[in-house]
Design a protein around this ligand. Sequence first.
Ligand code: TXA
Ligand code: MG
Length: 353
Amino acid sequence: MTQTLLLKVNPQNPSRAKIQTAAKIIQNGGLVAFPTETVYGLGADALNADAVLALFAAKRRPLDNPPIVHVASPAEVVRLVEEVPKNAALLMEKFWPGPLTLVFKHSTVVPIVTTAGLDTVAIRMPKHKVALALIQASGCPIAAPSANLAGKPSPTTVHHVFEDLNGRVDAIIDGGATNIGIESTVVDVTVNPPMVLRPGGTTFEALKLVVGDLQLHALVEAEKELPLDNIRSPGMKHRHYAPKAEVLLIEGPASAVIIKIQELAESYRIKGNKVGVLATDETQAAYKADIVRSLGSRFNLSTIAQNLFRLLREVDAQNVDVILAEGVPLEGMGLAVMNRLRKASGYHIIKTQ
Ligand code: TXA
Ligand code: MG
């Protein structure tokens, strides 16, 4: 068990001394959890193979699922990759710093463990001041998967990080709750046209304004598990966001969804089950269940994204037997929300008309 150092900083203006302390840990091959604008990440020197191995171990992450490499400027990408395709340059120009990860062919500088043996590497420049300050002070690219134990929802507050990683990492930087709440969008720019492998904080609609022929991988909108030969990103084949409770996702027009969830809640409770509902502001009053939580207004999908992982953790912590979740439209941030909810449900989806 490692003694985990807690470093609380002002997210707008992080203390230089505390960032320096964290950067020293990274330089010495240690592990530091830090906030980004999407979710908290668990960082290690991306070019230090031993440090990255320790990172996989701390998270209990399978070695075949590579982390994202974080940089503090677009210029740092050059030595990590074989080439910067034109579409990548356009996307970096428009969306960096921000919640967009690009998959490139990697150069020989990147250790095999950091790429999990693939010929590609995923890179992003985050927007959060603490993340940027840490990368700059460390003087190296930082490999950082989300700072949760494998299989848990990504952490959006320092409490989630503490819950999963206290005693397993060298330091945790507390920079408050993250703003976007869902991970970055992952786009493969090694293929033409480029392809979205994971929907996230940068919407498909916004990306398409820059790369008109951008493709969406079939798994992004999948409603069931697809065969393994469709897998383009290792993360696609690992079960994610798996609460202890059974999760049922109810999709369709709001009025039909309400009726279906009311029916399901009642029938589960009659059988003696403890029922949690993930509702929205407009619908929450309609439900009778053991725990009802609103993700936010149906008319503000960004708020729903912001609250999703926190509420999944909160409801699951109440030891419910089943979580009934309302589906939202597959547009804007809704695409990322639904991708996470469908995975969390193990594709246990009920469609209403
Ligand atoms: O917002 C985020 O992206 C957060 C913060 C910390 O930056 N990070 C994050 O990392 O979500 P992680 O490791 O939890 O998710 C990385 C995803 C995984 O699904 C992984 O399979 C995929 O990116 N990935 C990594 N390298 C890849 C590659 N070379 N090709 C395709 N997919 C890759
Ligand atoms: Mg993750």
